[in-house]
Design a protein around this ligand. Structure first.
Ligand code: LLP
Length: 417
């Protein structure tokens, strides 16, 4: 990894040793490389060079303000899925015109909030939502720009919980109904049809499902335009995977070279393009530093109990996801095999299984590829405060989120007497 590497035995993020950051801020601690995020964004920008394209960072992957500011300053647009996410991107300095609003369950209040902010486009996911959005826009005296999310029915070959473009999923509208729905949308006075979109899943490590979805979406674009509804932009969603454990997804620029070749071949190469990457912009840019509390040898398994848990790093518990776990400072000597587990009272609270580690209690471990869907999915389960986050740029570290205190947690609660 270019920006997360060892200097001798010590693991660093850019120019700063993780041990020193953990010493200063405590653990568990998320540490992010700013340069890594900018490099990941640059891969998309290279892929789209000379094209009319907009990268909208899907902030659900990591919605911390300090991270959003990096992308806002780099000129990114944003893909949001709630009124809360809208408030975050605006607080981070986003240009509202570059904000698109996805999600199957937008409330009327969220629609009003987004119309008032002047967002670029709503990605509408059902016929019922079209009608509600139309009504809300008319009430507000505004016009909502809409794109309709099509379910292309392709298998992204990823974990079932994160595949979204198959017929059995709750997302998008059916391919067969698309033309009829577009004609209906075009007839509604509160709406302006501007595009079409799809998103087929997440942690996709192969170009083929993208190519398949592209052909199906372009078939629909042709049919919709023939029926008399012009589409200004094409949005291909997010989903590009990252390397967790020797995975080899295509690079963003290489993927887009292939997709653009097909777009060109079918005469859509000059159309405005939008993508909504989340994980691929931030996932490998972050690590979570955790301290070993206890080593617990067992009859069947040895446990390495650390101070990070499923409330900080929910992906293993939720998807049996694999994250590499490495020592912050390497020790000499022989490794033993451990299940790395957290303090939460659930057997599902594990971070890694059967890992060869040379550790002592008090050591620091780094959980890698923790920039996406970790802090953003953190909870207070077991009344654990959420971790702190540090953004590193060169030799400069910024505490972009202080550790959550018990007072923060208790502040919103009341007794019933
Ligand atoms: N656009 C839409 C409409 C989405 O639903 C998502 C992710 C994205 C873009 C961004 O996808 P990405 O580029 O990050 O793959 N928590 C799961 C991942 C859930 C993804 C949900 N949708 C995980 O930790 O693996």
């Amino acid at each position: 990894h270019p920006h997360i590497a060892r200097q001798g035995d010590a693991l660093q993020v850019e120019g700063l040793p993780l041990a020193a950051l953990a010493q200063e801020h405590g653990t568990p601690l998320f540490v992010y490389s700013k340069q890594w995020m900018l490099d990941a964004l640059a891969a998309y920008q290279r892929g789209f060079e000379g094209r009319d394209a907009m990268v909208c960072y899907a902030i659900k992957a990591n919605s911390s303000l300090g991270v959003l500011r990096v992308f806002a300053e780099a000129g990114c647009g944003f893909d949001i899925v709630s009124g809360g996410e809208l408030a975050r991107v605006l607080a981070a300095g986003a240009d509202p015109a570059k904000v698109i609003f996805s999600g199957v369950g937008k409330t009327r209040a969220e629609m009003r909030q987004a119309l008032a902010a002047g967002i670029g486009c709503f990605n509408v996911e059902s016929e019922a939502e079209l009608d509600v959005l139309n009504a809300v826009a008319l009430e507000e005296g505004r016009t909502a720009a809409v794109s309709i999310r099509i379910n292309p029915n392709v298998d992204p070959k990823t974990h079932p919980y994160i595949s979204t473009g198959l017929k059995g999923n709750k997302f998008g509208v059916a391919h067969d109904r698309a033309v009829a729905i577009y004609l209906h949308a075009a007839s509604l006075k509160g709406l302006k049809v501007v595009g079409i979109d799809c998103h087929i899943g997440s942690q996709i490590t192969d170009a083929s499902p993208y190519l398949e979805a592209l052909e199906r979406v372009l078939d629909l674009v042709e049919a919709i335009e023939k029926a008399g509804v012009p589409l200004h932009h094409l949005d291909f969603g997010g989903g590009l995977g990252i390397d967790y454990n020797g995975d080899t997804p295509p690079a963003a620029d290489a993927l887009w070279q292939q997709l653009l070749a097909r777009l060109d071949a079918r005469g859509f190469g000059r159309r405005r393009l939008i993508v909504e990457p989340g994980r691929s912009l931030v996932g490998n840019a972050g690590v979570c530093v955790t301290e070993v509390l206890y080593l617990k040898p067992g009859e069947e398994k040895n446990f390495c109990i650390v101070d990070a848990a499923m409330n900080d790093l929910p992906r293993p518990a939720m998807y049996q996801a694999f994250h590499q776990i490495v020592p912050v400072t390497r020790r000499a000597g022989e490794a033993a095999t451990y299940d790395v587990v957290g303090p939460v009272c659930e057997s599902g609270d594990w971070i890694g299984r059967d890992r060869a580690l040379r550790v002592e209690s008090g050591d620091l471990l780094a959980v890698l590829s923790a920039g996406a869907y970790c802090m953003a999915m953190a909870s207070n389960y077991n009344t654990r405060g959420r971790a702190a986050e540090v953004l590193v740029s060169g030799t400069q570290a910024t505490l972009i989120r202080r550790r959550e205190s018990i007072d923060d947690q208790l502040a919103s609660e009341r007794f019933n007497d």
